[in-house]
Design a protein around this ligand. Structure first.
Ligand SMILES: NC(=O)c1ccc[n+]([C@@H]2O[C@H](COP(=O)([O-])OP(=O)(O)OC[C@H]3O[C@@H](n4cnc5c(N)ncnc54)[C@H](OP(=O)(O)O)[C@@H]3O)[C@@H](O)[C@H]2O)c1
Length: 265
């Protein structure tokens, strides 16, 4: 099967679109959807989202009819999901042939602590609420709002990490969250055969999350690994990694539920 030329006439929801990988994803997706598509971009930082909205609206895709909506919301809060869904329902048009959700928003958690230090249940709950529950519940709501019907393709991307598969000392919260998400999306893929579910590991990216990783990690050998990667210019750009994700989606050869790493593409 030859790769698709584009992502169709799509409604695409991207969480964590204000900066870093999510911002690059929004730019890439905007160039790969057909006129009449809509992007719903979610994050807490309104000014950053609106700057991106203006950039995309003025781009070639925007001039060709791409709608760009922003939702300023903390996805870790239950009430935010209703705001996101309201905007999604308003942005959806009956002639759209693809609904795509990219669960990208995440936090690193307190990497200055080892597992033995994580005794505060409220802190752990709050971490899991943003990094696991929000992705699960937003995905469920999108699937409910846009049920399967002939002519509609539905895709869900889980932005994952090597940390979903391998333990990293002092990254207990992050590894736990990414591992839980990975399994949740594998179960979803089993349950919904019509759905295309992908866990994509974007690799070490030059973003604020990386800066936090190399400055706050308690474990000295992990901290040193990330500092050296930065110093030796080994971090990937968000543009490069998001372009690889687009290639995986267009090629459409993955088994639903699979974990695909940027270095495998
Ligand atoms: N950077 C890496 O090396 C790396 C490696 C593997 C995987 N990843 C994964 O790639 C994804 C993107 O990471 P990144 O490096 O781009 O991180 P980043 O630079 O820290 O950006 C995170 C994004 O998530 C949003 N976000 C954070 N908390 C939020 C909340 N409560 N509600 C709504 N949005 C929220 C942020 O926007 P606001 O602050 O405006 O809300 C921002 O747009 C994450 O899933 C991360 O785990 C990153």
């Amino acid at each position: 099967m030859s790769p698709a030329a584009d992502l169709g006439r799509a409604l695409c929801i991207i969480t964590g679109a204000s900066r870093g990988f999510g911002r690059a994803l929004a730019q890439n997706v905007s160039r790969l959807v057909q006129p009449g598509s809509a992007l719903v971009l979610v994050a807490r930082s309104g000014p950053d989202l609106r700057t991106l909205q203006a950039e995309l609206t003025e781009s070639e895709a925007g001039r060709a009819g791409l709608k760009v909506e922003v939702v300023v919301a903390d996805v870790g809060k239950a009430e935010s999901l209703e705001n996101i869904m309201r905007t999604c329902r308003e942005a959806f048009c009956e002639d759209m042939d693809h609904v795509m959700l990219i669960n990208n928003a995440a936090s690193l958690g307190d990497v200055s602590k080892y597992v033995k230090d994580l005794s505060d249940m409220a802190q752990v709950d709050s971490y899991l609420s943003l990094n696991v529950s929000s992705a699960l519940c937003l995905t469920a709501r999108v699937l409910q709002a846009f049920p399967q019907h002939a002519g509609l393709r539905r895709s869900v991307v889980n932005v994952s990490s090597l940390c979903a598969l391998q333990p990293f000392r002092s990254w207990g919260l992050y590894c736990t969250g990414k591992a839980a998400r990975e399994m949740m999306f594998k179960v979803l893929a089993e349950e919904e055969p019509d759905l295309r579910v992908l866990s994509y590991s974007p690799g070490p990216l030059d973003t604020e999350m990386q800066l936090e990783a190399r400055s706050k990690t308690a474990d000295l050998s992990i901290k040193k690994t990330f500092s050296s990667m930065f110093a030796q210019g080994q971090l990937l750009t968000c543009e490069m990694s998001s372009a690889r994700l687009m290639k995986v989606l267009l090629d459409d050869k993955f088994t639903s539920g699979d974990h695909v790493d940027v270095f495998d593409v």
